[in-house]
Design a protein around this ligand. Structure first.
Ligand code: ATP
Length: 371
């Protein structure tokens, strides 16, 4: 870690009953949310779900209609942005075009009459790996490099919390992936709290320790990426983070740790621990990559969840083959099969068995709409 950041400390963010309405429209329903100190936290959701408004209320750029914002234990609800211990990085880098990279990063320090400007800026440029570009102008850098300058400029003010509003949105996919890892590295190195807004589930899963999935101005689910992926609590989360098969089913009983359900007459098992509902009518969920597909004539081991069906379509999509299968019960199931040789592909029309470890099933309340 660089000298100047050694004593930087991240603060936690506590939102209590924070909400925002515009006239009669509620952009953010009052919500309680804690962002742990020193964590990489993502607000994830589709366009219009209220994630930017939530971030802007933390920054002080938007006045909440209700609730309080605490940063590092301090109530900042009534403070203007510049008095809050936060800094924001936007999608538009907003660098000064006439200043070189060094002066862009030094700007805040010079304005506040700080000493040791050269040392601090040099260290910061090293942190974002732009030391050799100090004397270039912003237009002489790539989009990703400009975004790193924006991050350096925000971090040099020693915020307790760095807020990032779709900072990678303007970059192409390859650069975005590189920058995701880069931002994660920088966050780990400086150890302060990052709150990152994105609509890209892969991005949130790559970078964040904790994700808050937002939908319609509410937090639908909060958790570690793997937790949300393995145990989605709602159909929205199940489909927003990756792809899920959601099969209408009825609970018929139990067997030890498992709940037994009937999917169009076929009995399948779901771990009770992975049932987000006590309802009788559920959606049985299983991720496409958890399912194995075999010819109907092949023997399948005991204890697996099994569904018989017919292949409607198969397509080679690089890392896997994607199958669409119509089950004998009339439901469509998608399967990603990674372990199959290309020439062993099962052709449309073939009778097949789909099978998976029951531990990979989950159950959601069927009353929820499938998004
Ligand atoms: P995006 O990814 O498109 O920015 P978002 O999830 O960040 O979406 P917000 O920008 O937080 O969404 O907006 C939430 C809702 O509030 C949207 O429906 C938006 O149209 C509405 N909204 C935002 N700002 C205003 C405003 N100043 N006046 C009226 N409605 C607004």
């Amino acid at each position: 870690m660089t000298d100047q950041l050694r004593d930087a400390t991240g603060g936690d963010v506590r939102l209590t009953g924070i909400g925002k309405t515009y006239g009669s429209f509620t952009a953010v329903h009052p919500l309680d949310l804690t962002v742990p100190q020193g964590s990489f936290f993502a607000l994830l959701g589709a366009s219009g779900c209220g994630k930017t408004t939530t971030l802007r209320m933390i920054a002080g750029l938007e006045e909440p209609t209700s609730g309080t914002v605490l940063i590092g234990g301090q109530d900042v609800t009534a403070l203007p942005p510049y008095k809050r211990p936060v800094n924001t990085v936007f999608q538009s880098y907003a660098l000064f075009p006439h200043l070189d990279i060094f002066e862009n990063v030094a700007f805040g320090l010079r304005r506040r009459g700080k000493k040791d400007v050269k040392k601090q800026v040099d260290e910061m440029l090293e942190l974002v790996e732009l030391g050799q570009y100090a004397r270039r102008k912003p237009h002489q850098l790539s989009g990703g490099q400009q975004q790193r300058v924006a991050v350096a400029r925000a971090l040099i003010n020693h915020p307790q919390v760095l807020l990032l509003d779709e900072p990678l949105g303007a970059l192409d996919l390859k650069l975005r992936r590189q920058m995701q890892l880069e931002l994660k590295r920088i966050q780990t190195e400086v150890g302060i709290t990052f709150v990152h807004v994105t609509h890209d589930q892969e991005e949130a899963m790559t970078m964040a320790d904790t994700i808050a999935v937002m939908n319609g101005g509410r937090v639908e689910q909060l958790g570690a990426p793997a937790e949300l992926y393995e145990n989605p609590a709602t159909t929205f989360v199940a489909n927003f983070l990756g792809q899920s098969n959601l099969l209408p089913a009825e609970v018929t009983g139990g067997a030890g740790e498992d709940l037994l359900v009937s999917v169009a007459g076929t009995r399948l098992a779901v771990p009770r621990a992975r049932c987000a509902t006590g309802a009788e009518r559920v959606h049985l969920g299983v991720r496409p990559e958890k399912i194995t597909i075999t010819h109907a004539t092949e023997q399948v081991a005991e204890g697996r969840n099994k569904l018989a069906g017919t292949v409607l379509d198969s397509s080679f999509i690089g890392v896997s083959t994607q199958y669409v299968v119509r089950t004998d019960g009339g439901q469509e199931v998608t399967v990603f099969e990674q372990n199959m040789e290309r020439d062993a592909r099962i052709v449309p029309g073939a009778a097949v068995q789909l099978h998976w470890n029951p531990a990979h099933s989950f159950a959601l309340d069927a009353a929820q709409a499938i998004d």
